[in-house]
Design a protein around this ligand. Structure first.
Ligand code: NAD
Length: 427
């Protein structure tokens, strides 16, 4: 019954749509939980959506009109929380999926926040700093009435930076007449950012990989690793793997392509090369490899750390990694999950694996509320504890119910959100 519903929905989706994928994942767990029909209807869609039209004067004097979104999926457990993406292929359904995943992510690691996400369809790489500043400020002028430290707290995501967060926070404070720095996280340290936020997603992910490796009896020293995507999440995943866990990073990639060295890449040197040239490709001590081939390498740990829908029904059978650590949001299509599970690939699902980012964002909010600054060690210790406890809570459910790790993570998250919705008397 569960299986056939999931398959029917996948078949009905005209092409990959992240929101359909998010709803298929949700429905699958909701059926297992026998969730009340009204609760299910309420939780499978966002509570609120704002669509914005954003005219921006470009440096050459002409006005370009952009489209932006802010989606609030569910705030039963606390203020909505989630990043803002600037991306040329952004769609409202991607943002809706990401907002929904944020609700489950905050719930699975048990932080008192809900799920939101924002996005603007634009090409930030082709825009100047002044154009990006004007776009960031007008985005906040449109959205500021529905965000705030007690309502909805944005953060950086793909192609948005601490500088962009600083402009957005400044605009919000000017409009609201406050110094509510906690309205946005991922800010520069000088204006209320948290130590450890930059590395949090990768660091948190590695804590779950460490626990998974231990559960599987896989030593991490000299374990082979491949990382797709070399941005905030991916580059730190590679660096932390090398420096903290003694892994051999065989391959990394970005939007221009990938590089491989069977003896291991020196990630500090790759970072230097990327800073100088803008890409990992062309690194001296490496051979080129395509993004597709990188995913199929025979490695111990594979990190999809770029965009969604890269492990699909088509290539899932060729994934040879023992552990897939989903730093990216939605990298695995629902039809691929069954194949990976059947092949004993241990998937640490996105809503758990990459939750380190939102956990340290939450720490940043707490520091902002209390006008405090925690040390890097304090942040790392608290992050380690949250990720380790959350990983084992999910693993226990997966074992007890004989289900895959993603479904187990959904079971934990949905139960917590549904309990809050019920207690508040909404459904
Ligand atoms: P980023 O903008 O810093 O980096 C994105 C990287 O992906 C870049 O290296 C880019 O070149 C690469 N890339 C883009 N298209 C690609 C393609 N088709 N093939 C291969 N590489 C490609 O973004 P980020 O913050 O590192 O986010 C990456 C993923 O991690 C996203 O799915 C994001 O939602 C997720 N994530 C990030 C955080 C965070 O704190 N940064 C937290 C949770 C989840």
């Amino acid at each position: 019954m569960v299986q056939s519903t999931r398959e029917a929905k996948i078949a009905a989706a005209p092409e990959h749509d992240p929101f359909v994928a998010a709803q298929v994942q949700f429905d699958h767990a909701a059926e297992l939980l026998d969730l009340d029909p009204a609760m299910r209807q309420f939780l499978r869609v966002p509570q609120r959506e704002l669509h914005m039209t954003l005219p921006v004067r470009m440096d050459d004097g002409h006005v370009e009109v952009f489209t932006g979104f802010r989606i609030q999926h569910n705030d039963a457990r606390g203020p909505n929380k989630g990043g803002i993406r600037f991306h040329p292929q952004e769609t409202v359904n991607t943002v809706k999926a990401l907002a929904m995943w944020m609700t489950w992510k905050c719930a699975v690691v048990d932080i008192p926040l809900g799920g939101g996400k924002g996005g603007v369809i634009c090409s930030p790489k082709a825009m100047s700093a002044t154009e990006l500043e004007r776009l960031s400020r007008i985005y906040v002028r449109e959205v500021w009435r529905i965000i705030g430290p007690h309502a909805d707290v944005p953060a950086p995501d793909v192609y948005t930076t601490p500088q962009i967060m600083a402009w957005m926070m400044d605009e919000y404070c000017k409009l609201s007449g406050t110094s509510d720095f906690g309205v946005i996280t991922g800010k520069p340290l000088e204006i209320g950012g948290s130590l450890g936020r930059g590395t949090a997603t990768a660091q948190g992910g590695w804590y779950t990989v460490r626990e998974a490796a231990q559960a599987l009896g896989l030593p991490l020293k000299d374990a082979s690793v491949a990382v797709q995507g070399f941005g905030n999440a991916g580059s730190y995943a590679a660096l932390i793997g090398q420096e903290q866990f003694g892994c051999k990073i065989l391959a990394v990639s970005d939007s221009s392509g990938g590089i491989i060295n069977e003896n291991g890449l020196d990630i500090n040197e790759v970072l230097k090369h990327k800073r100088e040239t803008g890409s990992v490709t062309g690194f001296r001590y490496s051979e080129p490899i395509s993004n597709e081939a990188l995913l199929e390498l025979n490695v111990d740990v594979l990190w999809p750390a770029a965009l969604e829908n890269v492990i699909t029904g088509e290539n899932a059978g060729r994934i040879k990694a023992k552990i897939v650590a989903e730093a990216a949001n939605g990298p695995t299509a629902p039809e691929a999950d069954e194949v990976l599970h059947g092949n004993d690939v241990h998937v640490i699902p996105d809503i758990l694996c990459n939750a380190g980012g939102v956990i340290v964002s939450y720490f940043e909010m707490v520091q902002n509320y209390s006008r405090d600054q925690w040390t890097e060690e304090d942040v790392a210790r608290r992050l380690n504890r949250k990720m380790t406890e959350s990983y084992h809570a999910v693993l226990d459910i997966a074992k007890a119910r004989s289900i895959d790790m993603r479904t187990a993570a959904y079971v934990v998250a949905i139960q917590r959100v549904a309990a809050a919705v019920g207690l508040r008397g909404w459904v």
